[in-house]
Design a protein around this ligand. Structure first.
Ligand code: SF4
Ligand code: SF4
Length: 101
């Protein structure tokens, strides 16, 4: 699945994550990132620009994050939720906030 880097998962999911990157996946090195909390491994400042500092690690594919949203999609399919969120972001950016509704 192609992630559109909207950042939803990394802000809004409660998910076990690796704590210290260089220690990799080990039971003693896992913490739970709570919904609403920005993941400490998330880089970037806005939807479409977010990236994960752990994606390049060879063990990333074994993390709970890597398994998110992969059911019933082909590897080249775009994340449907991310596509929806990016459409909303685009629509909001076109709202003229200088005029009354
Ligand atoms: S580890 Fe990476 S993919 Fe998982 S929540 Fe954090 S930034 Fe997102
Ligand atoms: S909702 Fe989809 S596009 Fe957005 S961060 Fe999660 S996997 Fe990526």
């Amino acid at each position: 699945m192609k992630c559109l880097k909207c950042g939803y998962c990394c802000h809004q999911l409660t998910v076990p994550i690796v704590d210290v990157k260089k220690k990799g996946i080990a039971e003693a090195n896992m913490i739970v990132k709570i919904r609403g909390q920005r993941c400490p491994h998330l880089k970037g400042d806005g939807p479409g620009e977010f990236t994960c500092a752990l994606h390049g690690e060879k063990w990333y594919k074994d993390t709970p994050c890597a398994g998110h949203g992969r059911d019933n999609v082909l590897p080249d399919d775009t994340c449907a939720l991310g596509a929806y969120i990016m459409e909303c972001v685009k629509a909001l950016s076109q709202v003229d906030t200088t005029k009354p509704a």
